[in-house]
Design a protein around this ligand. Structure first.
Ligand SMILES: Nc1ncnc2c1ncn2[C@@H]1O[C@H](COP(=O)(O)OP(=O)(O)OP(=O)(O)O)[C@@H](O)[C@H]1O
Ligand SMILES: [Mg+2]
Length: 286
């Protein structure tokens, strides 16, 4: 009887090990819940309403309201510590607000979704530091980004489809790296790595792209190219760019939001916010 128990137990644990080793199977809790489809019927892709978040009693975001239109290219500026990156953390589910609402289109409540689910429903984020795989080629980086939700094992066994190959070509073209597709990513310049990372985001076909300080450390030429790239993405995608470089912002901005102490201080055209006395006092006049 005892032996039988031991045998049962060992079979059971063997089964669970086998299950665990089945790398192409995803655990239930990792499988994103089927979220409702993105509804852009009011032409607004992102609603942040009355959002607040505190860290150790310090209000990093304070009653923030922000609306992004479908296809818009929005620039967010503001002094250091204004809450710009924290706002992106909230949109992507990295930080949970203490109060407020965050909706993606009319029907997707971002506060109900995990970080992985938020990426899955179509929000891509680029952090300041490029994180490309240096030992892989430009093209392989894009392939890997496309397969982000599969295991590497699945990726190695799967051939890319003609449609996927077309998408890779299209992205290589738009990030200006088509001629360097077979080069190692480690050999790219800082600016080119930034573009590759934007390309990796594009492989996921996001509807909303969040880009934090894309031109830091870039040459002027690279900045101009980045301005072209982000401008070309708008329309097809909605793009939110946080940037300190005012010349760059001026070159791409249609509508600018100025954040200060976790709230919107001013919003409008670059001319409008630049002539806003409150903005001059806290930021541009520095
Ligand atoms: N996880 C955290 N824990 C504690 N404090 C935080 C956290 N994240 C942000 N903060 C604080 O919240 C404030 C807003 O920071 P945030 O990084 O959002 O500013 P920012 O506008 O992106 O600034 P910068 O222009 O310097 O990047 C800062 O005072 C920061 O120290
Ligand atoms: Mg920041």
């Amino acid at each position: 009887m005892k032996n039988q128990n031991v045998k049962n137990q060992s079979t059971k644990s063997k089964n669970s090990v086998q299950k665990f080793m089945q790398r192409d199977q995803v655990f239930d809790f990792l499988t994103p819940k089927a979220a409702p489809k993105l509804d852009l019927s009011h032409n607004v892709i992102l609603y942040l309403e009355d959002i607040s978040v505190s860290f150790d009693g310090f209000k990093a975001i304070n009653d923030l309201n922000l609306y992004i239109e479908a296809g818009e290219l929005r620039c967010i500026i503001g002094p250091n510590g204004a809450g710009k990156s924290t706002m992106m953390d909230i949109i992507t589910g990295k930080t949970r607000p203490d109060a407020g609402m965050a909706w993606f289109g009319q029907r997707i409540d971002l506060l109900e979704l995990s970080e992985a689910e938020i990426a899955e429903v179509g929000i891509g984020r680029k952090f300041q530091k490029p994180t490309v795989f240096e030992m892989l080629s430009v093209e392989q980086n894009l392939e890997l980004a496309m397969a982000q939700n599969k295991s590497v094992w699945t990726l190695l066994r799967t051939k890319i489809t003609a449609e996927q190959a077309d998408h890779i070509d299209e992205v290589l073209q738009s990030i200006g790296l088509i001629e360097l597709r077979n080069d190692l990513a480690g050999k790219l310049s800082h600016g080119q790595k930034q573009w590759l990372e934007i390309g990796m985001l594009l492989m996921q076909k996001p509807q909303l792209l969040l880009v934090d300080e894309p031109v830091a450390g870039m040459t002027h030429q690279e900045m101009d190219r980045t301005a072209e790239l982000l401008t070309s993405l708008a329309g097809k995608h909605s793009v939110v760019v946080v940037e300190h470089d005012m010349d760059f912002v001026r070159s791409i901005a249609k509508k600018v939001t100025v954040l200060h102490q976790g709230s919107v201080l001013s919003e409008g055209t670059m001319d409008h916010v630049q002539n806003d006395q409150r903005v001059i006092e806290v930021y541009l006049g520095e």
